[in-house]
Design a protein around this ligand. Sequence first.
Ligand SMILES: *Cc1c(COP(=O)(O)O)cnc(C)c1O
Length: 425
Amino acid sequence: MSPPTNAELFARSCAVIPGGVNSSIRAFRAVGGTPYVVERAEGPYVWDVEGTRYIDLVQSYGAVILGHAHPAITAAVAAAAARGTSYGAPTPGELALAEAIRDRVPSCQRVRLMNSGTEATSTAVRLARGVTGRDRIVIFHGNFHGATDALLAAGGSGVATLGLPGTAGVPAAAVAHTVVVPYNRVPPPDVIDESVAAVFVEPVAANMGVVAPADGFLAGLRAACDRAGALLVFDEVITGFRLGPAGAQGRYGVTPDLTTFGKVIGGGLPIGAVGGRAEIMETLSPLGPVFHAGTLAGNPLATAAGRAALDLLDEAAYATLARRAARLAGGLSAACAAGGLAARFPVVGTLVGMYLGDGPPPTDFATAKSTDEAAYARWFHALLAEGVALAPGAYEALFVGLAHTDEVIDDLVDRARRAAERAAA
Ligand SMILES: *Cc1c(COP(=O)(O)O)cnc(C)c1O
């Protein structure tokens, strides 16, 4: 009997898992076609169940930074698993990861570990409201903070708007206190006023392509929050431990009150964290009145994997990552230019984005949305046929990691040149 194909397995998944996936983007709805079903992965590569190998720029949407199945991670997870997978009691492993975060990110005097970036942002919302006694939350159009009701608000792109539910199932009441404002402009004092509990921001936006903060934007938010007595929350679920040891706050020298983490700090296992100033964090239960709990929070496997990842992410690793990011962006720019595909590859340190079009690189959601989604779908499938996997959506970052050596990047760029010609045609 021959092994099942991608299409056969995905069809079976569709009969039991809604849409065949456990996270919507994986279903390929934005680019069309049927997803490849992953059998295994190693370093910069994933293999599907049909044995096709792809150079992988998804890297679990940035959760994996050392490359797939890195020996330090697999050894840490195996050793932890052999000691038991979850206890419901404090562990030395969770302590070690919390200390590793605190030691690298000075604003995080206290750290609470949990299971996902979504749990981190929803906990930060509750904490900010509990600490300030205020309800209002300000967010930026085109920033993404996970599947947290209060932050799933849609708004107009040009002005400050009171949030409307961003998805079915979010009651109007859940976003009645959420205000959506344009990215990269400091909102006026009548928006960040004394009714605001917190301003949530991706300090480098990485869910609408990659958009750098404009000069003075983050410092302006800090000043506006200080004036209003509101908390500034950096959502560093992507940027944390990817842009550098102290994330975006280290890079830009602006200190938030709270930081949310996920992705890299779990070494590819499920994790999230909230960190911040002691007096704010100690408002969480059991010390304070703001409830938080989790059966698997501080999980021994996830904390062991996260600790192993952070141990390998020294200054030299980030310097290497930044060189690789520049090499990838430069190579892809040249490949697209040669193939006649209009494209921009904005780089912020170790993060690479993509924008399809002739315009300047985006600075906010309105400009990011002008990317050519149909061209993206053609480019995505042309690359896949050449053995290169991008995320199946036009607004995701390209996650270059330590396993993407210069040779791997050059091989990828060769394939991209052929794909660009096909996508442009
Ligand atoms: C991925 C992401 C989240 C959500 O994290 P999950 O672990 O998927 O719940 C939140 N914020 C940002 C900026 C993200 O990129």
